[in-house]
Write a protein that binds this ligand. Sequence first.
Ligand code: BT5
Length: 251
Amino acid sequence: LAVEYGLEAPFSVEYHDSIGSTNDRARDLATDGASDIAVLADEQTGGRGRLERAWSAPSGGVWVSLVCRPDVPPTKAPLYTLAAAVATARAAREAGVDARIKWPNDVVVPLEDEETDRPYRKLSGILTEMEGETDRVDWLVVGVGVNANIDAAELPPEATSVREEAGDVDRRVFVQRLIEEFDAQRNALESVVEAWRELALTIGKHVRVDSAGGAVVGTAVDISDTGALLVETADGRQMVSAGDCEHLRRT
Ligand code: BT5
């Protein structure tokens, strides 16, 4: 089936017509020692977002989980998520979509109307899971979901798809580009943040970031070399390493 899907290196492919979650399957493979495998599915029946949220994954999307075993400390793991966001945004742009990155890991299409809260629609989300010691990652599973050839009616209202934005794509070409670009980014980890910045929609925006430490409201100024967001608030600058970020109107 992998051969039928037509993918070439750098990742070998395991393809499923339908599966619960490609991340769950990838985690099992990772636990068994596998590396550089991409688990792909046409449809997921139990797709997962961050924090146990549900992820809609009907037939026609690109649902893929990449198993990696990089020789890096866990502090570098967020860079793999940024690498996947860069790879996804570039593949979507090549498919004709005005794809940008909303910190940290959403690929979105901006809306014209900047005067509303959340002036973008979500094209793709990324869920990275990891196991390891304090000094070294054992494995990483980078799960990427892209609404490819799907009608908006099959997706949550805040979502969009490649079909809606630019027409259908050849998913084999899309996945091949995504994986090649991810591979290039992970082999140049020191420049991932720069590549991310070039595609970022968040920098310069008025944002609210909800994280474990509470809500931070202010202007997003930059991301750090570990991918944390720097926010200029009324009380000074704050770094947020993880959370949900929304762009707000400036009133
Ligand atoms: C994410 O979570 O954005 C990570 C999504 C990762 C999905 C991939 S698909 C392949 C792999 N296998 C899996 O099981 N998961 C990964 P988060 O930032 O928590 O966003 C979740 C929220 O996005 C939901 O609460 C909905 O509001 C919204 N949502 C759900 N499905 C969506 C979709 N298809 N398109 C856009 N938004 C969606």
